[in-house]
Design a protein around this ligand. Structure first.
Ligand code: XBP
Ligand code: MG
Length: 249
């Protein structure tokens, strides 16, 4: 029986990537004196690499941009990446506090229904912990303490698609995998949850609109493909539980 939902953050709770993280990365590049610009299309390609620091490193290694900092001398690539990422995290907090990023309505309704039904809710994410805190405070100030545990990738050995963050969340919940479902948008996230033995409710997002194999169902209203017959589409928690019971029977 379903006892808890573990939510991903970026792309799942809110469309944070295009108008949040991407914009914050570009502001940070400018701050450190780099003329790099990640446009929407390039960012979509770079998003295949989970983790902001890993994404910057991948860009340096595979896109070979000129590294000419106007301000200060570059002591090492590691230091440059850390500086950019720290600055980016501050910009991201400012953007979120500005109120432009909203909780996605179908996910908000799922959350409300889960809490009404007494399900526990948790978070398993690749993003930095302070980003989660800032986002929850802005998007759901009254419910920000509802999520427990909140596990971020910096606390485990490897990022999604590695299952570590989901396994850690599961262990802290003290539940069996078959009592928990993950709510995810990206392919790497879905693969991480499946590898942890979880069922997955897929919530496609702007950068990850496509179907991912292995999911239990897709949440209606999260993407353009609700009419497609490629996946079971559920309207919300009640329907999801009905499906679960039918499968178990
Ligand atoms: C989110 C990520 C993160 C964010 C940026 O993936 O990959 O890297 O893009 O946050 P998921 P940081 O939704 O699968 O958790 O810069 O803090 O890494
Ligand atoms: Mg995501």
């Amino acid at each position: 029986m379903l006892k808890a939902l573990i939510f991903d953050v970026d792309g799942t709770l809110a469309e944070t990537e295009r108008d949040g993280h991407r914009v914050a990365f570009n502001a940070a590049f400018r701050d450190v004196g780099l003329d790099w610009e990640w446009d929407e299309q390039l960012y979509g390609e770079l998003l295949r690499v989970p983790g902001g620091r890993e994404r910057i490193r991948h860009y340096i290694e595979h896109y070979a941009p000129p590294i000419e900092c106007e301000f200060g001398e570059i002591r090492s690539i590691d230091r440059l990446i850390a500086d950019i990422h720290g600055t980016k995290t501050a910009h991201y907090a400012g953007l979120v506090a500005g109120g432009q990023i909203k909780l996605r309505p179908p996910v908000a309704e799922l959350l409300r229904a889960a809490r009404r039904a007494g399900l526990r809710v948790a978070i398993a994410t690749t993003t930095t912990r302070s980003n989660v805190t800032t986002l929850l405070e802005q998007l759901m100030p009254k419910a920000r303490d509802a999520f427990s545990p909140i596990v971020t990738a910096d606390e485990v050995a490897a990022k999604k698609p590695n299952p570590a963050v989901y396994l850690e969340a599961l262990a802290r919940l003290g539940l069996d995998a078959d009592e928990v479902m993950a709510v995810e948008d990206s392919e790497a996230g879905v693969r991480a949850a499946l590898a942890a033995g979880l069922r997955v409710l897929h919530t496609p997002s702007a950068y990850f609109p496509q179907r991912v194999d292995g999911v239990t169902a897709r949440l209606a209203g999260c993407g353009p493909n609700d009419d497609a017959a490629d996946c079971l589409v559920v309207a919300g928690l009640a329907e999801l539980r009905a499906v679960e019971q039918a499968i178990a029977a």
